[in-house]
Write a protein that binds this ligand. Structure first.
Ligand code: TRP
Length: 501
């Protein structure tokens, strides 16, 4: 059966609507709690070097590639690959499946923690000891991934709310749902984060914290791990390899400034991260001064930064502590939601393209399935599951998807054909080195990252977790989604229904 798309394809109503939606997908929890921590862990300001290199070498070229591909093929990720060659359709399904039923399942749970903490800020419920409040009181964390224990009701209710809100936005459609929501969310997020950062940098001791953030330790650049972190963060933060940008670009009008838009999306996202870092470190500097500890003593691991270190600092604020807490957790919720809706849309787009079911039905089924899938992450063993699935999906799933993308586009389809299309659609020329980046440089970098991750995996189990849990939750999560992707791609394409008259 030939690939027939629905006759009527939704479109962004305004150009800024598309840009805000793409930026909304890119800016997420990863920018607010992950980036500052990575920076800190990897030599402060020196981390900006690999980060910017990753942005230029992988980020921008792949963004142009994904947006160009979706625009040219006017379809979701699976449709776009199928149009190159039917044999590659599974790649698109695989991306969508492991992001939707891998990343998104735990991502919605982290948003729900933020939602809970938003309410906890009303009376600073974490008290004197946010560490035990978070791990023992709130998560009631069990001893191992296999001890699932009970579902944590406050988390479950918040997750239901997250899925309901996401469902509502995507259900309303591209223009009335996603475009409108992002036109509201993004300015709101910029205002919230703007207030937080300006507030933070004026706290006493803030300079100390910012110093730690920016003081470069260039010796660290010799370590492979620092580079691995920078490259995987670029994938995650720009939503590359997710199949999302491909779907979003398929709703663009024929004349579109693909190169310029890609650069704007990438730069806004990365500058946002760097900006947030100032606020986060200023607060840590303030807290270090207050508790007479060096700054490096007050920072904990990624998740701990937002849910332990920050609550601690918020309680110490001289005035309006509750409002600061509410603003901070509200920003996380808004940033998270605008990313969450993007994958639901990308998946819906894939199913509509191929099977032509009604959009509303698909969104509803996806969100119910997603909610049910998230429940396991709301249990007492949930934190382990979050950590393991996150590690495998980021270190292998996204990198492999990026590699396949480059090989298919660079060698099977040929970048020159895509370049021709992009340059035809827009007024900008793509730099000559884009083809080399896609065909040679990025694949080499990604293969290196993969080999490095595998060597590390084999040398010691990740975080010392039981090997069986890593195999079942990490590796098998990817294998099962791969299997499903192949199954879906083997189903035949349905003929497009007649346009209702
Ligand atoms: N880019 C987002 C971030 O930095 C991650 C993200 C985008 C995401 N879209 C998503 C996560 C969809 C889960 C589902 O946080």
């Amino acid at each position: 059966m030939a690939i027939e798309l629905p006759h009527h394809r939704p479109q962004w109503k305004t150009h800024i609507g598309f840009l805000l939606a793409a930026i909304g997908s890119a800016i997420g929890l990863g920018n607010i709690w992950r980036f500052p921590y990575l920076c800190y862990k990897n030599g402060g300001g020196a981390f900006l070097v690999p980060y910017l290199v990753a942005l230029l070498v992988v980020g921008i070229p792949l963004m142009i590639l994904e947006i160009g591909l979706g625009h040219k093929m006017r379809g979701s990720a699976p449709t776009s690959y199928a149009r190159i060659d039917k044999r590659w359709e599974w790649v698109g399904w695989w991306q969508l499946l492991f992001v939707m039923f891998g990343i998104m399942l735990y991502y919605s749970v982290i948003i729900s923690w933020c939602l809970n903490f938003f309410f906890f800020s009303f009376n600073l419920s974490w008290g004197e000891d946010p560490d035990s409040f978070f791990f023992s009181g709130f998560l009631m964390k069990s001893g191992s991934p296999f001890q699932i224990g009970d579902v944590r009701t406050p988390i479950l209710f918040a997750v239901a709310a997250v899925w309901f809100l996401s469902w509502f936005i995507v259900f309303l459609g591209v223009e009335k749902g996603l475009e409108r929501a992002n036109k509201f969310f993004m300015p709101l997020l910029f205002v919230l984060v703007g207030i937080l950062v300006f507030w933070s940098v004026r706290l006493p001791g803030a300079g100390e914290g910012v110093g730690v953030y920016l003081r470069p330790d260039f010796h660290r650049l010799k370590e492979v791990g620092v580079w691995v972190d920078a490259f995987s963060q670029i994938f995650f933060t720009l939503s590359l390899g997710f199949g999302i940008m491909i779907a979003y670009a398929s709703y663009l009008p024929r004349k579109s400034e693909i190169v310029r838009d890609s650069v704007i999306i990438c730069l806004t996202n990365c500058l946002f991260s760097i900006f947030v870092g100032f606020g986060v470190f200023a607060v840590l500097g303030y807290m270090a001064g207050k508790t007479s500890q060096p700054v490096d003593q007050v920072v904990t691991k990624g998740i701990g930064l937002a849910f332990v270190a920050f609550p601690k600092a918020i309680s110490l604020l001289p005035s309006f502590a509750r409002i600061f807490g509410m603003l901070f957790f509200a920003s996380l919720v808004v940033a998270g939601l605008s990313s969450a809706v993007s994958i639901i849309e990308a998946f819906t787009c894939g199913i509509v393209d191929k099977f032509h079911y009604s959009r509303g039905a698909i969104v509803s089924v996806l969100c119910i399935a997603g909610f049910v899938g998230s429940i396991i992450f709301t249990t007492q063993g949930g934190l382990f599951w979050v950590d393991i699935v996150d590690h495998f999906v980021n270190h292998y799933g996204l990198v492999l998807a990026g590699l396949l993308e480059c090989v298919i586009l660079g060698w099977v389809y040929k970048t020159s054909r895509l370049r021709e299309h992009i340059e035809h659609a827009s007024s900008t020329k793509i730099s000559w080195w884009w083809d080399y980046a896609v065909k040679v440089v990025i694949p080499i970098v990604l293969i290196f990252l993969l080999v490095n991750s595998i060597i590390e995996e084999l040398s010691a189990p990740y975080e010392g977790y039981p090997v069986l849990s890593l195999v079942l939750l990490g590796r098998d999560w990817l294998v099962v989604t791969l299997f499903l992707a192949v199954l879906i791609s083997m189903r035949s394409w349905k003929a497009a229904p007649e346009e209702p008259s």
